[in-house]
Design a protein around this ligand. Structure first.
Ligand SMILES: NC(=O)c1ccc[n+]([C@@H]2O[C@H](COP(=O)([O-])OP(=O)(O)OC[C@H]3O[C@@H](n4cnc5c(N)ncnc54)[C@H](OP(=O)(O)O)[C@@H]3O)[C@@H](O)[C@H]2O)c1
Length: 300
């Protein structure tokens, strides 16, 4: 296979996208980013990259943007729907993937890397996971040399889960916790390295990797580890009963800054843990990073 030189990245302005750009540039790839109008400031400081304006829901812009690229890394995803703007999980995850895959095939790309999520499966309780699964099905049927990543929670500078939890630990005397599921957080740099290495790894073609770090934790244990990374001896926690949390998220989901929706709660109620943790770090030559060490680097 002719080596890939230029990589088209969707979702480049996001938390994972910025780390993927760094990893790709570190390996010498030319990076071309899909950027939505108004999102340009998120790419400040990422260095020399090519930028094309567009949206995964605008197929003609994707066709033009991907010309001359040897690979596509499709990272776009949303964690919250905005019904008023018709920004639904289905449109962004499934229709967006249909559009990206079609443009990638038309451009003749030689590698396609897809970011899904751990827990994606048919019949999952959350719409997020069901639509992530439907997008995977699009990828599996597309005929491109694909690789799918399914991460548990990803943490790092600017993430949307561990960093907000750390803010709660810093600011509140008691941290409210919901959901009883276990998680397997993984550092964003490791995910970005794996995405990058997958592009040059023939063995990764048509493979789906469940992605987690070496430690499985409950939310309470994660908060304790965050507390330790912040130098706290003890973090006081309040476990919100499931029934109360369900009513609260139903009533408050329309409030823009309320952090939880019923869909988030459904995900937090189930385990988000990799079945077999070995293939991910092994396949990409990564040394598993203990969660306590990763959190100290992030927060310490
Ligand atoms: N973070 C995690 O813990 C985690 C765990 C498992 C899986 N994932 C998956 O990893 C991927 C990246 O997540 P993230 O945490 O980096 O999310 P993020 O920070 O919210 O970034 C999402 C990215 O998608 C872009 N986007 C959204 N709708 C778009 C559209 N219609 N057209 C073009 N771009 C669009 C956003 O662009 P704007 O900047 O313009 O909004 C942004 O670049 C997602 O697929 C997510 O489901 C994340």
């Amino acid at each position: 296979m002719r080596p890939v030189h230029r990589v088209f990245v969707t979702g480049a302005t996001g938390f994972v996208g910025r780390a993927v750009i760094q990893a790709l540039r570190g390996e010498g790839y030319v990076v071309r980013c899909l950027v939505r109008r108004g999102s340009e400031p998120s790419l400040r400081g990422v260095g020399a990259i090519e930028r094309v304006e567009g949206d995964v829901l605008a197929p003609q812009l994707l066709d033009e943007g991907m010309a001359g690229c040897g690979a596509v890394v499709h990272l776009v995803g949303i964690i919250r729907e905005h019904i008023a703007t018709n920004t639904t999980f289905y449109r962004v995850h499934v229709q967006g993937t249909v559009n990206v895959v079609a443009a990638a095939a038309a451009a003749g790309v030689r590698r396609y890397v897809h970011m899904s999520a751990l827990g994606a499966r048919e019949g999952a309780p959350s719409r997020y996971h069901r639509t992530k699964w439907a997008a995977e099905e699009v990828v599996r049927a597309c005929g491109l040399p694909w690789t799918i990543f399914r991460p548990s929670v990803i943490y790092g500078r600017g993430d949307g889960f561990v960093s907000p939890l750390a803010r709660l630990v810093r600011r509140l005397p008691v941290v409210p916790l919901v959901g009883g599921g276990r998680l397997q957080p993984v550092a964003v740099e490791q995910v970005a390295q794996a995405v990058t290495r997958a592009l040059a790894l023939p063995a990764a073609v048509k493979q789906t990797y469940e992605v987690g770090g070496p430690d499985v934790v409950t939310l309470g244990e994660l908060v304790d580890l965050i507390g330790r990374a912040l130098g706290r001896r003890r973090v006081l926690k309040l476990y919100v009963p499931a029934a109360v949390a369900r009513v609260a998220t139903r009533v408050l989901q329309a409030v823009p800054y309320f952090p939880l929706t019923p869909d988030h709660l459904r995900m937090l109620e189930e385990d988000n843990v990799v079945c077999d943790p070995a293939p991910f770090p092994g396949a990409f030559g990564l040394a598993p990073l203990p969660l306590a060490t990763g959190l100290r680097r992030l927060l310490g």
